[in-house]
Design a protein around this ligand. Structure first.
Ligand SMILES: [Zn+2]
Length: 545
């Protein structure tokens, strides 16, 4: 009975997004504020039902360490262990062989802040409150480090985006190291030093107002004994895959990347002449490929900037750079795993490797090399690989989501999961089948329609899209244009044909639309102050999904 209730609830969460679509654009700010208010009490509303699901299981006797790794912008299909033909991820492939690999894992948003907030809280956006930069993690949404600190863990974050701070996503980590868009190397070193007790054991390192190197060098030697006696829960966030792909000086190709580009494929060195030197890749909008910039001058490179259409070599060039970032991140993780093994920590650490979203490369004609605006597979499907101590390799085809990560960690560590809205994936690790779940993801970002000039001037408006998917079909609704599209993910995995008006697809369209509608009702009820129990009961009766 508990399972049934939970599953139905999940669908209601998905459908609540429909309400957002009905709010006119002019009311956007008001609507956001309204949803923020909802966000503050929604966790409590759902807690009682979900609590029962999240705390069973056979936890180990000793508290395991926990390491959550998010490789920003890493789309699942560019990893070897997810079927990519290129040898981008030899270290993660080896790691996956002794881990649970979830083949169809989805982020909750194609957007860094809300996606991380869902990973940290196990909650939907309306509950944790982070939908855009600057929106704070709701005080009522307990986060990953707060939950583990309460259980006696020491906690730390090593991350690469200052915007995380603007959303309070670093809240609850007792030790924080921010490195803005740097290579991952110093973050790995910082993490290991913190694990060893060689560095400071609290406060901020890097970023505005931090004490910086003196703190990093660790005047806090006395803390190391006590630090090592406690289990740790850490977050490592790597930026190496994110735009601008290949921010390093590619004229000095790191040794680790050379094997990847030795074959007939393009090499960065050869591309120097074609594109005129060191450069970044930035977001491309519209038909013009203005988005290859000189990294030093920040000016469009003349050759590419004048092109109206990208040729195959251009596409290959960008993909090479993206894959180079993937390979570099993989090498960093290989190093990290080895260091943990050398310290005897690998076997008592739960390690999760995932991402906050994927990336669209050449799939969409309107906007290239970005993620925020799109809810397609390439921007939502992420790797999710979980290794528990003594872990054996397994792979799982059920749809799983970002909100399912935290409850999995909590269950493994035998910690309470009150308020969490996702479902633990531990049954899969025990060899059981996971119950079917539905993805409800959404995004809110700068409009792709606006001119670059307007966006630069800070006048770009927001756009909102949401999607609901059961893994076989996906309904994407665009609130800005009040349009919808239905995709058959089995027969059209590239999401190229809108099947919304196809007669044989109508049952699927209706089923997904109904879930959206029902969730919209729940949200309306919450906004009008109706008690949750009453609203829930009514919706449970109405669902029949
Ligand atoms: Zn991101």
């Amino acid at each position: 009975m508990i399972r049934r209730t939970s599953s139905t609830m999940d669908r209601m969460h998905v459908s609540s997004r429909q309400l957002a679509l009905l709010v006119p654009l002019a009311r956007l700010r008001f609507a956001l504020r309204t949803r923020m208010r909802v966000a503050h009490f929604a966790p409590a509303l759902f807690a009682c039902v979900l609590l029962a699901l999240a705390s069973c299981g056979d936890a180990p006797k000793a508290k395991p360490n926990v390491l959550l790794i998010t490789v920003d912008t890493l789309r699942a299909d560019h990893l070897g262990c997810y079927g990519y033909a290129r040898d981008t991820t030899p270290n993660l492939d080896a790691f996956a062989k002794e881990s649970a690999l979830f083949e169809r894992a989805y982020s909750m948003a194609p957007f860094t802040a809300p996606s991380h907030a869902s990973l940290f809280t196990g909650m939907y956006q309306i509950s944790h409150g982070v939908q855009f930069w600057g929106q704070k993690l709701a005080a009522s949404a307990p986060s990953y480090p707060e939950r583990f600190a309460k259980a006696g863990y020491r906690t730390a974050a090593f991350y690469n985006h200052p915007g995380m701070k603007s959303c309070d996503l670093e809240r609850g980590f007792e030790h924080r190291e921010l490195r803005v868009a740097e290579p991952g190397d110093p973050s790995i070193d910082g993490l290991l030093a913190w694990i060893d007790g060689r560095s400071a054991q609290g406060g901020d390192v890097g970023g505005p107002g931090a004490s910086g190197a003196s703190n990093a060098n660790g005047a806090n030697g006395a803390a190391s004994g006590a630090a090592n006696a406690k289990p740790f829960a850490a977050w490592l966030h790597l930026w190496d895959v994110h735009r601008p792909y290949g921010w390093r000086d590619w004229r000095e190709i790191p040794d680790v990347l050379k094997p990847l580009f030795q074959r007939r494929e393009l090499t960065f060195a050869f591309e120097e002449q074609r594109y005129g030197g060191q450069h970044d890749v930035e977001v491309g909008r519209g038909e013009q490929f203005y988005n290859v910039h000189d990294a030093r001058q920040r000016q469009p490179i003349s050759v590419a900037g004048s092109k109206r259409v990208l040729d195959e070599r251009d596409w290959q060039f960008v993909q090479d750079r993206y894959d180079g970032g993937v390979r570099y991140a993989d090498a960093l993780l290989g190093k990290l795993f080895k260091e943990l093994k050398d310290r005897g920590l690998y076997e008592n650490t739960v390690i999760v490797v995932t991402s906050d979203h994927g990336e669209t490369l050449r799939e969409r004609s309107g906007c290239w090399f970005t993620h925020d605006p799109y809810l397609y597979e390439e921007t939502l499907r992420v790797p999710l690989i979980i290794r528990v101590p003594g872990g054996a390799g397994s792979s799982h085809r059920e749809l799983v989501r970002g909100i399912d990560v935290l409850p999995t960690l909590l269950e493994y560590a035998d910690l309470p999961a009150a308020g969490v809205q996702g479902h633990s994936l531990m049954p899969a690790l025990r060899g059981e089948k996971l119950p079917p779940q539905v993805l409800w993801a959404r995004t809110q970002t700068l409009s792709a329609k606006e001119s670059e000039r307007k966006i630069e001037a800070g006048k770009g408006w927001l756009e909102e899209r949401e999607c609901i998917s059961d893994g076989a079909w996906k309904l994407i609704v665009d609130r800005e244009t009040n349009t919808a599209a239905l995709y058959d993910l089995v027969n059209d995995p590239g999401e190229t044909k809108n099947a919304l008006h196809q007669p044989d697809a109508q049952p699927h369209a209706q089923r997904l639309q109904k879930a959206l509608d029902e969730f919209g009702k729940l949200q309306k009820a919450l906004e009008s102050g109706v008690e949750l129990d009453e609203a829930m009961r009514e919706l449970l009766d109405n669902l029949g999904y």
